[in-house]
Design a protein around this ligand. Sequence first.
Ligand code: URA
Length: 209
Amino acid sequence: MGKVYVFDHPLIQHKLTIIRDKETGTKEFRELVDEVATLMAFEITRDMPLKEVQIQTPVCEANAKILAGKKLGIVPILRAGIGMVDGILKLIPAAKVGHVGLYRDPATLKPVEYYVKLPSDVEERDFIVVDPMLATGGSAVEAIRSLKKRGAKNIKFMCLVAAPEGVEAMQEIHPDVDIYIAALDEKLNEKGYIVPGLGDAGDRLFGTK
Ligand code: URA
């Protein structure tokens, strides 16, 4: 079963509280989501492998460490996932960015893929799929299915706020995918919003309603 990591770093928790507050406007919301994404990227990359190289410092020759693992791909789920990309790229500027777009079929209520564009070397990369909210899990499950279908093998999922229902769906359908979150909230309400959550992440990021 995929593990769930809750990032309880004080800075992440403090910023998340301001993100949740309904008085926080679009500009500050966007900036804080970006900052939390950077902090979460720092934590999520803890297990990246290193290798030793020899370098010449101004003083002497030295053994030093550089990253050695597979290259990374970041895949935001459209549209709210876009709000987390730049924050991650600040720490991992060489990562390539793919996109997955899904809409909810009004008849079946199931997510339907309408756009997928991934790096061409998808089989050679490790992926972080990002979306601020993991609610029912429908979009995340489908986006990850889409990546796997195209050859992605090692995938992590990162979001700000998750509902237990979404975590359960992910663990059932993608037990190989670990989930990294800033908060595990109480439940979903009858409209599918996470409680207490932060409202509609896409609308708050982009100033739409
Ligand atoms: N998507 C959102 O943006 N917010 C929720 O609470 C649930 C899904």
